[in-house]
Design a binder for this molecule. Structure first.
Ligand SMILES: [Zn+2]
Length: 166
C-alpha cells in the first residue's frame, strides 16, 4: 500500500524564494525495500526553495534496518543502514528535469504541480539502496574474514560474480 506520509506540501516554500524548512520523519514503511523491518525508515528532510520552479532537498540522518541474507554463509542477518546525507533537487516539470539532469550533479525529481507537493519516497529509497554493499556479510562472517585476510580475497572474487548492477 502506498503510504501518503512520504508526501510534503511545498506550495508555500515555492511562493517565497530562499525559504527553508525542515521536517522529521519516523517509522515510515515502503514496499520498495524488501527486508525493511517494521520500525521502518527515519530521517530529517531539509527543504530550500531556489525559485518558483525548483527546490533543494537534503535528507539527513537516514536510518533503517534491512533483513538481508549473507553471501558467504546464507544466514539471515540485520543490516543497519545509516546515511548521514543525501541531496537531490526537485523541479516543477519533467521538461526542466530532462534539461537540467544532463548538467546536474544531483539526482533530479519532479514536483507534483497539481497540488504542489513532493513525494520523498523514491528519493529515500534511492538513498538507502546506494548503501548496499557489493558483498553482504553477516557480522559473524565479517569477524571470521577479519581474522583470515587470505580468505577475504578469495571470497571477494567469488562474490563478484553475483553482483547485480542497477
Ligand atoms: Zn555469514
Amino acid at each position: 500500500m502506498k503510504d501518503k506520509s512520504f508526501v510534503i506540501k511545498v506550495g508555500d516554500l515555492l511562493k517565497e524564494g530562499w525559504k527553508s524548512d525542515s521536517i522529521e520523519f519516523e517509522w515510515k514503511l515502503t514496499s520498495e525495500l524488501p527486508g525493511l523491518d517494521k520500525k521502518g525508515i527515519s530521517w530529517t528532510v531539509v527543504l530550500k526553495s531556489l525559485n518558483q520552479d525548483s527546490l533543494y532537498v537534503s535528507l539527513e540522518d537516514i536510518l533503517c534496518n534491512i533483513e538481508d541474507v549473507c553471501d558467504r554463509c546464507w544466514t539471515s542477518y540485520t543490516r543497519k543502514i545509516e546515511n548521514p546525507e543525501y541531496i537531490a533537487r526537485f523541479v516543477i516539470d519533467e521538461k526542466i528535469k530532462q534539461e537540467e539532469q544532463e548538467t546536474s550533479e544531483e539526482e533530479i525529481f519532479v514536483i507534483n504541480a497539481r497540488d504542489e507537493s513532493i513525494d520523498l519516497e523514491p528519493m529515500v529509497v534511492q538513498s538507502i539502496k546506494l548503501q548496499d554493499p557489493f558483498i553482504k556479510h553477516c557480522p559473524k562472517c565479517e569477524e571470521e574474514i577479519a581474522d583470515k585476510p587470505d580468505e577475504d580475497e578469495e571470497e571477494e572474487f567469488i562474490g563478484r560474480g553475483n553482483i547485480v548492477f542497477h
